[in-house]
Ligand binder design. Structure first.
Ligand SMILES: [Zn+2]
Length: 409
């Protein structure tokens, strides 16, 4: 049995509104076995001094794309699925060094199942990396955001999109995701900004198609994540039983009230908006995105302020893959910039994300929970930017990064 004692200066336990500490945490094998002013030191236990640090549950990013290189989408199609899985593993491990011990991957453009293989290899202990929860493909209407054909020559025949245009075909796609191991169903019910040939302000599923998708998913016990933009798209997703709204770019107060009433989570990907604003000003935003983002960017920021001002359940998600993973940690600062309190931003990446993912043993520090534990210098409730300085990363009791070690792994 391996045991580690962490001597913590301050502790954010994922449940409280304030920090506690000093405190000691005993980790035995993969779980926390006790926490308190002082804990037992089993023979041979490693003791790690974190007395000048804040200790937190491992961060959870609920919206990434490990095998989707947005800047090189067409070129990436020429790579094998195995190549994408290996590169995805490398990204996942590098990202883990920032403190992310759990990721939800929301879709690959690969017709095969590289993110499923990646998840399974990590779970089986074949390779080391963060825990990954997977929606393998993005189910969309044709001409919807998940219809990626507009990125390619019209004569291109390799299937890059997972598209359907009637309820029966939508159900078949959901069932296929289940057969090959998806944990979640990902769909898009409005257009998006980066995709050619669609508009985030327009809904792309008819109600009967959306209903077919969620009912088929729920029959199989799968939660549904919906990429959505238009206020009406947010409402359609809630009405038909989505568990999470991704982006919710143009959500209004009525939609937020519906989300609160139904217990639906919002993953507002606020850092991506900052990245897109910078690209717009630098003139590097792809042309198909410019007119949409120019029209909507103020509305998106206004919706983000409404989200912050409401008490909707906000979960941390970035859309990394659409922009570099090195910037994913900046979502904390973007959230606080939009008006979330620092503690709500921390909860978004810990207890709220774990609850959304139905992972009862993650997202909080308490005796009996899985030992996914990170540490950062300073006090994140005073300065949220210290979240970017995580230097101890433990997943299931195993240490992946120690203070003094470089970030690359
Ligand atoms: Zn995404």
């Amino acid at each position: 049995m391996s045991s580690v004692v962490l001597l913590c200066g301050k502790v954010f336990d994922g449940a409280s509104e304030t920090l506690s500490g000093p405190m000691e945490i005993l980790v035995e094998n993969n779980r926390i076995t006790s926490m308190g002013w002082t804990v037992e030191r089993p023979p041979g236990a490693e003791v790690i001094d974190l007395s000048d640090r804040t200790v937190s549950p491992g961060f959870i990013d609920t919206h990434v794309h490990l095998t989707m290189d947005a800047a090189n989408l067409a070129r990436q199609t020429l790579e094998s699925s195995a190549s994408k899985a290996l590169k995805g593993l490398s990204l996942a491990r590098a990202y883990m060094a920032y403190g992310f011990t759990t990721l939800r991957d929301l879709g690959s453009a690969d017709p095969d199942w590289p993110t499923i293989d990646l998840r399974n290899a990590i779970n089986a202990g074949v390779v080391r990396g963060p825990r990954i929860i997977v929606a393998a493909h993005i189910i969309s209407a044709s001409a919807g955001h998940g219809d990626l054909r507009g990125f390619y020559n019209p004569r291109w025949t390799l299937p890059v999109s997972t598209i359907a245009d009637d309820p029966a075909s939508v159900k078949a796609l959901v069932r296929r995701e289940h057969v090959f191991g998806s944990d979640w169903i990902k769909t898009t019910n409005t257009g998006g900004y980066f995709s050619p040939g669609d508009d985030p302000a327009r809904v792309t599923w008819f109600d009967d198609e959306m209903e077919a998708l969620t009912s088929a998913a729920h029959q199989l016990g799968m939660p549904v994540a919906v990429h959505t933009g238009a206020a009406e798209g947010c409402k359609q997703a809630i009405r038909y039983g989505a568990r999470s709204l991704e982006h919710a770019y143009l959500i209004d107060n009525e939609g937020l009230a519906m989300a609160i009433k139904s217990g639906v989570y919002v993953v507002p990907t606020m850092q991506m908006t900052q990245e897109d604003l910078r690209s717009l000003h630098e003139g590097t935003l792809p042309c198909q995105a410019v007119w949409k983002f120019q029209r909507d960017n103020e509305k998106i920021v206004a919706s983000q302020r409404l989200i912050a001002a409401s008490n909707v359940k906000v979960a941390y998600g970035t859309d990394c893959g659409m922009f570099p993973f090195e910037h994913g940690i900046l979502e904390f600062q973007a959230m606080v910039g939009a008006g979330l309190t620092p503690v709500r931003a921390l909860k978004a990446a810990t207890c709220v994300a774990a609850e959304m993912l139905q992972q009862a043993d993650l997202g909080v520090l308490a005796s009996g929970k899985i030992a996914d534990i990170i540490a950062m210098p300073g006090d994140p409730l005073v300065d949220i930017a210290v979240t970017a300085k995580v230097d101890l990363v433990m997943k299931e009791g195993a240490i992946y990064r120690r203070p003094g070690q470089e970030r690359h792994m």
